[in-house]
Design a protein around this ligand. Structure first.
Ligand code: KG4
Ligand code: ZN
Length: 349
């Protein structure tokens, strides 16, 4: 049996988890920072990294205590080292290096976005090689920081084939929730509200870009919601009443889901995919979950507990790296969002 301690600190959640054989989650501890960022309606990097410093050791200790284990019971220490906010990443990477060195066990670097895809295997009966998605698969990671489509040949052969050119879909949810005066993060509250609204009430734009493009753009949709709510500068509107807010939420959500489903259909046609894998915070969305079966392929989604950032998915994917003896040195770098977008030359694992 392979037992891995995973650490997550890419953005605003501090997480530690113990996972056995890539699927069996023994513990999964997450310290969220919503209360610290709420009044800014988004993550403030400096505040996030300071909170990670305070949380990281207690969270790691809790993840071990929760399953009655000690560091000596761990076979490897895994950390999400890319992509993320530099100050946040450095806390997790430094903690993981120090622990791995102190207990004399391998250090494993995990790509946070790939871990979101892998999260569909967590808490399953099957091992990663048995009863899992059939490859090639099309993968979608839809979160606060990413909206991207991948061709997945195996858990270690994942090719980016489309991504957002501006806002991520989760970011659009958060900004639209702010426009509507709702809380942060916006996704769960908009999702809930949308259930009592009419998705055809407002026809918001669906930005498809070029006819064969697998890229996304959500900033026009967000601006369109802004104008719909506030009116034009010379024609301001009264703030919508609660029923109208629900209709706007449902109509915005319908536009997001429409675009995502159309792009996934294109990606399936292009890649010959045999299954669809969806991860990231927005994979918790009820309308998206409801629309995916129409793609006509087996769809794999994470349990709700593993949609948003967590360390269980880091420890899970690390098991695949462990089996391939893909270990890192103590020189491992933290890689930010912008370095990550520049491509493989700026990455090291
Ligand atoms: O994966 P995640 O925790 O963080 C990133 O890696 O970015 O995703 C957080 C994002 C937030 O933007 C949040 O609003 C969104 O996921 N989200 C949702 C739902 N639950 C979380 N968006 C739509 N519907 C939901 N039910
Ligand atoms: Zn994430």
């Amino acid at each position: 049996m392979i037992r891995i301690l995973g650490i997550e600190s890419t953005c605003d959640e501090t997480g530690a988890a113990v996972v056995e054989d890539g699927c069996c989650v023994r513990s999964n501890v997450i310290a969220t920072q919503f209360d610290l960022h709420e009044k800014f309606r988004g993550v403030v990097p400096e505040i996030a990294s300071r909170a990670h410093i305070e949380n990281i050791l207690p969270v790691i200790q809790q993840s071990l205590d929760a399953c009655g284990l000690n560091l000596k019971d761990i076979d490897a220490v895994a950390v999400a080292h890319r992509p993320g906010l530099i100050g946040s990443l450095l806390i997790g990477v430094t903690a993981a290096k120090t622990l791995a060195w102190a207990i004399g066990k391998p250090l494993i670097a995990v790509d946070h976005v790939q871990a979101h895809l892998y999260s569909v295997l967590l808490d399953r009966e099957a091992t990663p090689d048995d009863g899992a998605p059939v490859f090639p698969a099309v993968g979608l990671v839809a979160s606060g920081g990413h909206t991207a489509i991948y061709r997945i040949a195996s858990w270690t052969d994942i090719e980016l084939i489309g991504s957002t050119i501006d806002d991520a879909v989760g970011e659009a949810y958060d900004k639209v929730a702010a426009i509507l005066g709702l809380g942060y993060p916006g996704g769960p509250v908009l999702d809930r509200l949308a259930q009592s609204g009419d998705p055809r009430a407002v026809r918001f734009p669906r930005s498809m870009l070029a006819t064969d493009s697998l890229d996304f753009s959500f900033s026009g949709l967000k601006t369109s919601v802004l104008y719909h709510v506030r009116g034009l500068p010379d024609q301001p509107r009264a703030f919508p009443d609660p029923a109208q807010v629900a209709d706007i939420a449902a109509s915005f959500q319908a536009a997001c889901v429409d675009v995502i489903i159309k792009k996934l259909r294109r990606a399936i046609g292009r890649t010959g995919a045999r299954s669809v894998i969806v991860g990231g915070g927005v994979s918790a969305n009820s309308a998206l979950r409801g629309a995916l079966p129409a793609l006509g392929l087996p769809v794999f989604l994470p349990p709700l507990a593993y949609c948003t950032d967590n360390a269980a998915m880091t420890a899970g994917l690390a098991c695949v790296h462990f089996l391939q003896q893909h270990f890192s040195t103590l020189n491992l770098d933290a890689i930010t969002y912008s370095q990550f977008r520049k491509g493989p030359k700026s990455r090291n694992a």
